[in-house]
Structure formats: C-alpha cells, structure tokens
Design a protein around this ligand. Structure first.
Ligand code: FE2
Length: 443
C-alpha cells in the first residue's frame, strides 16, 4: 500500500505533542518561532552553565578530569563541544538557511576558537581521544560559548520564520537539551548532585494503573507534522496493528521487585542469550543504583541513598533486564509502533497513559523507516542503525519541550546509566515475550 492512499489524520487523531496524555500540552519546540526559540535558548544555556558549576562544586576543578569511562564524557570537553556544534551549524555555516536541504560539506567560515574542529567535532574526535586533548581551560571555554551564542542570537534576530530557516536553531537547542540530560546521567553515574539547576531528580509515583485495550488498525508510524523533525522519524508510513493490551504506565518497582526476590537474576531461561551474557558480566543480582537493606530496598539518587518508593517506575534498567522481567511475568515489551499509537490515541481520547518520566525500552530495533534520508547532521542517526533497541517517551531530566510521542531514542541495550525503564503488554494468543508485533506487520 502506498502511503499516499491513507489520510493520516483520519487514522490517528492529530495530536502531535503531549506528555502524560492530554492533561497539559506544552508548546513543542518543533513548531516554535523566533521569539520562543530565543527564550528557550537563553534559559537552556543558563541551566547548562549552572549544571557545569554543579560539576565544579561537586568534583573541584581538578576533579573535572574524570577517569575514562565509555558512557561518560569529560564535562569540559562536552561544554566546548556544545559551543562548537552551535557555531558549526549556524554562524560558520553559509548554507544554514536551507535547513534540511543544506549541503553539510559546504566549506565553513573559521571558528572563533583556533583548532575547534580538531577538538570538538564528535564525528572525528574519537571518544577515548577526548581524554588526551589539550583542551582550553574553563574560562576560555565559557568565553567561546558566550561568543558563539551572541552570534547565534544576532542570526536568529535577522532570520525568517520558515521551517527551513529555523531548522538549525531548533536543532542546536535540542542538541544542547540532549547534552544537558546526559549530564544528569553522568551525575547519577558519578554519584554527585548538581544542585538547583537540575531538571529533576526522580520520577513521580505512578498515578495510572492497569492496562488499556487498544483497538487494532492502521497506525501512521513516524512524523509528518511539519516544523522540525529528526531524520529517523521520517517518513510517516502505515503499520497494521492487531488489538493489544498495554500498561497505562511504566512498570513500577512494586512490580519489578518480586522478579528479583524470586531469583530472576539467577534463572538463565528468563534471559535472552545476549541478556544472560550481560547478566553474567555483572556482579549484582539486582538493578544498579538499588540495594536491599535490613529496612527494605533503597535507591541511590545522585549520591544519596534513600528509601525506594515502590510506586515509582523501575529505573536504570538495561533492555536485557526489561526483557527478562517480561519473560518472568509472561508479558512482552511493546513495539515502538504500539507505544506510539497508544500515546497518540490516549491524548486524543483522554485515556490515562502516563509517559515522560522514564525512557522506555521497546521490542523494536532502531532501523530506518522506509524512505529514510539522512539530514545534514549525518551522524545523528545513521551510524546507530546497528540493531540496538528503540526507546520511547522521555525522562524526568528531559527538557519538557523536547518530549514528543514520535521521538525515537536509541541507546545500546546494555546501558544502565540512562533513566530508562519500560512498560509491558499482555501476550496475545501465539505471541512470544520477545515478539515485535508492530514492525513485523508493516504494510
Ligand atoms: Fe553532541
């Protein structure tokens, strides 16, 4: 079936932005104009610099040179990289006004910082190499960011309002949002608190319980809503879904803990082969950042051990742990198409369907949609179509204006530093716990 045969708006209610069902719908950055973009850029930057101050206070300036870890970046490198990305795609980019049609290879104007490309181009500076670079100091890096931002705001002031002209401003904002969230992952991993600038510290207790039986039908998977979109969300295409029953909220600790107590971490047949190999590499027989004590379970939040709230979503889980729980519970992960269709339909029908406090692993591998074409920032999606799973939703540390029911996140299955949990679906007749109902039935 060709996509043109379907009227997408008649398939799914045209609710393109929403967190926690239809309660409060924030204006999504994908559609905002110059004025709101400027405000978002300014408040995001204020928060970023305050978070960096948080790292400095917690670790000391010398402590900023944290040891190498594959899931971390040096905070000072990351700060400089954020400025470099902004300058590279905006003030240095002669083709910026063409948005997604921009030639990514167009020759660039010089950077305000000598050797910036050699230091901060994430496509060319290997991860481990970032630890041995001779980076500019904190003041020089902050100065570079300030200089770049001044140029950016001048360009924005003079920019037109079309989606093409605003494309790179929106991308730069979202890129910085992502790094800000990564700093929250890093703070949790290092066990440090970054102070008042943190977007959040923990997911809220779950308010919606039970499951929702979602009618089958054709879902238009992918983004077709105008404004800004990431390349991996395009194009929207029809996917046939059978009826399915999905949790109204992510799986809570009160549902996850019995899996641990019943020996789930010692039972090989509950795990996939890759999952069991991962499990055997861990010393723990429970998720990271929680521990059993004589007074019950505790969880570690940014260096502080507190009583675990059983009503909050289970957190810091790898995809392997999510899959093992599903096998133990006789359930399965939703496909990304099921997740997306449920989130959009819930918003349109005022059904309780909570999301946005933890990223949620899905059963779907991160693959390009039909007709995928990389956007100018070539390395955003393309290098990561390697079989890793898609996550949907967003976390308590994700910028509110970034959360979108069509957004696809894509971490490696063994990551536990991400604020990730999952929700589950009832097994229908003939389904296995690891089936991928949505994508396998794409029309
Ligand atoms: Fe980046």
């Amino acid at each position: 079936m060709q996509i043109e045969e379907l009227n997408m708006d008649s398939v799914i209610p045209a609710v393109e932005s929403g967190v926690r069902s239809s309660a409060t719908l924030p204006i999504h950055v994908r559609h905002v104009g110059r004025e709101a973009l400027q405000a978002a850029l300014m408040s995001g930057r204020e928060q970023l610099l305050a978070l960096f101050d948080g790292f400095e206070s917690a670790l000391g300036r010398d402590g900023l040179r944290i040891g190498f870890d594959p899931v971390l970046n040096l905070p000072l490198w990351e700060l400089g990289h954020i400025g470099w990305f902004e300058e590279y795609w905006l003030s240095r980019n002669p083709d910026r006004q063409r948005g997604v049609a921009c030639d990514p290879g167009a020759s660039r104007a010089a950077s305000a910082l000598p050797d910036a490309d050699k230091l901060y181009d994430s496509s060319n500076v290997l991860h481990a190499q970032r630890w041995v670079l001779d980076l500019p100091g904190v003041e020089a890096t902050r100065g570079y960011l300030a200089e770049v931002r001044e140029s950016t705001l001048c360009l924005l002031h003079d920019s037109g309002e079309s989606d093409g002209e605003l494309y790179f401003f929106r991308l730069v904002l979202l890129h910085e949002d992502m790094h800000r969230e990564a700093w929250h992952f890093m703070a949790q991993h290092l066990g440090v608190d970054l102070g008042l600038a943190m977007v959040g510290r923990a997911p809220k207790p779950i308010g919606a319980h039970g499951e929702w039986l979602v009618a089958g039908g054709v879902h238009a998977l992918g983004y077709d809503g105008g404004g800004f979109a990431f390349d991996n969300e395009m194009r929207a295409h029809p996917v046939a879904l059978d009826e399915y029953s999905i949790d109204r909220a992510p799986v809570s600790w009160s549902r996850f803990l019995p899996f641990i107590r019943s020996g789930g971490y010692e039972t090989e047949n509950l795990w996939t082969a890759a999952g069991w190999a991962w499990r055997r590499r861990q010393e723990r027989t429970h998720p990271v950042h929680v521990r059993p004590t004589e007074r019950g379970w505790q969880q570690r939040r940014f260096g502080e051990w507190v009583a675990l709230d059983p009503d909050t979503p289970a957190l810091h889980l790898s995809a392997h742990e999510a899959e093992a729980w599903c096998r133990w519970a006789g359930r399965r992960l939703p496909s990304e198409a099921e997740w997306e269709a449920a989130a959009l339909q819930a918003a349109g029908q005022n059904e309780p369907f909570e999301w946005g406090d933890v990223w949620e692993w899905t059963a779907s591998p991160f693959v390009p949609y039909a007709g995928f074409a990389p956007h100018p920032y070539r390395d955003y999606s393309q290098p990561w179509f390697d079989g890793r799973p898609v996550l949907r939703g967003g976390s308590f540390a994700t910028a509110q204006h970034m959360k979108h029911p069509r957004y696809r996140n894509f971490f490696a299955a063994d990551r536990t530093d991400v604020f990730a949990g999952f929700r589950s679906c009832t097994l229908m007749q003939g389904q296995s716990p690891l089936s991928d109902g949505g994508l396998s039935s794409a029309l």
